[in-house]
Write a protein that binds this ligand. Structure first.
Ligand SMILES: Cc1cc2nc3c(=O)[nH]c(=O)nc-3n(C[C@H](O)[C@H](O)[C@H](O)COP(=O)(O)OP(=O)(O)OC[C@H]3O[C@@H](n4cnc5c(N)ncnc54)[C@H](O)[C@@H]3O)c2cc1C
Length: 361
């Protein structure tokens, strides 16, 4: 028996087919147009995990994952800009501060799009952004190395670390303001379209009612650290998109079939673990599946380039775009633990040349 897809999955599919995939190569080269952001805002997808009583869909994680796969497979830049939004929504939904009533509804309904600047707190005990209580609010100083969606999103959720080792999250408008200066948008090997900047913070002051979360760093890390041991659904999205290219090359169908069966199996195991109720358990298994999924994504995007041939190297070609986007996904949300697991897997995956060199001697 087949069940009907969740309405938001159908909407994601339609958005992907009608807008995101047809323009993906152009977006990759020219940047994300405002019209893409407006379409995402109108789609209802920004509220997928948000509480129903605030205008969201309150959909289960499986639905959010399927949507992420569809969007990332169609246009990774659009997926990446909108994926930032889901962290602020989650933090606001869990917030005990008044900002929840002010911002959760417009974020859940897609009236406003939010970005997030928080990867820097993972560098603790190195502090890149210091948050200091001042004049009944919070002052932020330091450098945000990465902030995606500059000029595209409306709200920014900013994180810093206090002198008492608390992680402090506060919401502000995503625009230049006293104490906050953006770099020019970065030119990157992939996802330049997402308008990523770094931010210099020099006495940015935010009022107390901007506060979203204040919690000891240790407690924050306990929840945050295991999150990235799971496979990002975007990895499957890009890998399946590459398989789509392979499947349209007549002599590559066997390669595509074999890769698809491995990918389906890893996906099923990875999502079963992602749904496991204790996020910090079975970490070694999660990391093994993550590195395996990365291997398969790299293989699939490489195979697509081989199958397409010379044309694959033109900047308007889908195969090279997917390969570059796959490269980005290898380091997205990287932590020391994930980095170590990936490097270890890469070390042990190098085929031994000893037999061959022995024969030559
Ligand atoms: C294009 C792009 C856009 C991004 N946009 C955003 C955004 O909008 N918001 C956001 O919050 N983040 C964003 N990020 C950050 C991203 O999600 C990752 O967190 C980031 O790429 C990993 O951090 P880093 O590269 O700055 O590495 P680092 O912080 O240098 O390292 C990552 C981890 O590895 C560890 N590490 C590094 N070197 C070593 C070493 N030699 N030995 C042991 N451990 C080590 C570090 O301690 C850290 O935990 C973006 C990144 C990119 C590339």
């Amino acid at each position: 028996m087949t069940t009907a897809p969740h309405p938001l999955v159908s909407r994601a599919r339609q958005l992907a087919d009608d807008l995101l995939a047809p323009y993906a190569e152009r977006v990759d080269q020219e940047g994300l147009p405002e019209s893409h952001i407006e379409a995402v805002k109108r789609s209802g997808l920004l509220g997928v995990g948000a509480p129903v009583e605030y205008g969201g869909a309150g959909a289960p994680s499986a639905v959010a994952r399927e949507i992420a796969e569809i969007l990332a497979g169609a246009c990774c830049s659009t997926w990446f800009v909108q994926t930032q939004h889901h962290t602020p929504v989650k933090l606001l939904a869990d917030s005990r501060f008044p900002v929840r009533e002010r911002l959760l509804r417009p974020l859940a309904t897609g009236e406003l799009l939010s970005g997030v600047a928080y990867a820097q707190v993972r560098a603790f005990p190195r502090v890149l952004v210091r948050a200091t209580p001042e004049r009944g609010g919070w002052r932020f100083d330091g450098t945000v190395p990465w902030y995606t969606g500059w000029g595209l999103n409306d709200v920014m959720l900013l994180a810093g670390v206090s002198a008492d080792d608390e992680v402090v999250f506060a919401a502000t408008e995503a625009r230049e303001q006293p104490g906050m200066r953006p770099s020019p948008p970065m030119k990157l090997a992939a996802l330049t379209a997402g308008r990523t900047v770094s931010l210099q913070l020099n006495g940015l002051w935010l009022p107390e009612d901007a506060l979203v979360l204040r919690t000891p760093q240790e407690r924050f890390a306990l929840v945050d650290r295991p999150r990235n041991t799971n496979v990002s659904p975007a990895v499957f999205g890009v890998a399946y998109a590459a398989l789509g290219l392979l499947e349209s090359a007549p002599d590559a169908t066997e390669t595509a079939r074999s890769l698809r069966s491995h990918l389906d199996s890893v996906r099923q195991q990875a999502y079963a673990l992602a749904d496991h109720p204790v996020p910090h358990e079975r970490v070694d298994e999660r990391l093994a599946l993550k590195t395996r999924a990365h291997d398969l994504m790299r293989t699939a995007t490489t195979a697509a380039i081989v199958a397409v041939g010379g044309r694959a190297l033109t900047l308007g070609n889908r195969a090279q775009r997917l390969a570059r986007e796959g490269m980005f996904l290898l380091i997205q949300g990287q932590t020391a633990q994930v980095r170590q697991a990936q490097l270890e897997a890469l070390r042990t995956s190098v085929p031994s040349m000893s037999g061959e060199s022995a024969r030559r001697e």
